[in-house]
Design a protein around this ligand. Sequence first.
Ligand SMILES: [Zn+2]
Ligand SMILES: [Zn+2]
Length: 366
Amino acid sequence: MPHARAAVLRETGAPLRIETLEAGPVAPGDVLVRIHAASLCHTDLEAIEGSLAVPLPAVLGHEAAGEIAEVGAGVAGLATGDRVVLSWNPHCGRCFYCERAQPILCHEFLANGPRGFHFDGRPRLACNAEPVHQLMYLGGFAEYCVVPAQSAIRIPDRMPFERAALIGCGVMTGVGAATRIAALRWGDAAMVIGCGAVGLSAVQGCVLAGAATIIAVDPAASRRQLARAIGATHAAEPGEAAELARALTDGRGADVVIEAAGRPDSFRLSVEAVRPGGQVVWLGKVAVNDEVGFRWGSLMQEKRITRSSYGGATPARDFPLLAQAYLDGRLKLDEMVSARIGLDQINEGFAALKRGETVRSVVVFP
Ligand SMILES: [Zn+2]
Ligand SMILES: [Zn+2]
């Protein structure tokens, strides 16, 4: 069983602690992944701050890439040395939702996720024989992690790990919102609210889907500038955005609005700025028991609203496509990496994420 340096959350609100854990056992159906890069996402921050209840101690990290170090019994299609991006949505393939092609709602996935272990309820990490939980079946802030084989998605060998990691959560969610959920059509007018990693990825999804107009909305001038640099045709502050959308569409509003800010004002803006009959995709979130109020008229006229957690991901289909798009120069990931850090700097990395200074900091393992 390999030893793995890992960032461990032992107490919410306290810094992560760098500890050495034992990674394993590699049960039938598992793979051991040597992590090369893992990026910091807001969902990890929610776990640290306690708004996402995670059983402790736990290793966070759900945007990660690495190589297969060991293959468990019964695993087909993966071999030692394969380069992989991790998916946080393992699913049983047999339940009501899996049968209906909605793996993100898989009964087993939702039932076992909050327990922080695999579907069999058993740990795959330990610290001196004490079980350690894994966030979202992964735990990428560690030199090694044991994951269900279906969570390890093979990508081309040429794909750099520190770019590949981003694909696993933020990029998939943002690009997928445009290409899989909104099913944006060539020539459409789109708006993306919030230009963090997910929003910047949604902008790129709009480009890939052929939107003619892409309005990026963010209060920070630097974020708007970044959005323009990766494909937005227009940029606006939140207060001007709905008016701009109407000005660019003969008064109708955007065909598609993707919300990626997670603020009540942003949810309200999304439905005010979309045209009658248009599609709204909400990716952001507020605390589950919070209420968000809307002007009723903003919801009328056949508007469609979808809330999505993973951008309609089918990781085995989509991750290789995203990696190839990066290698072909059609998907820009370099621009989204604000900092490369060591595991020892992870707490400063989360502090910078919280202050809004970084799009993505990537922990790189030597
Ligand atoms: Zn299922
Ligand atoms: Zn995430």
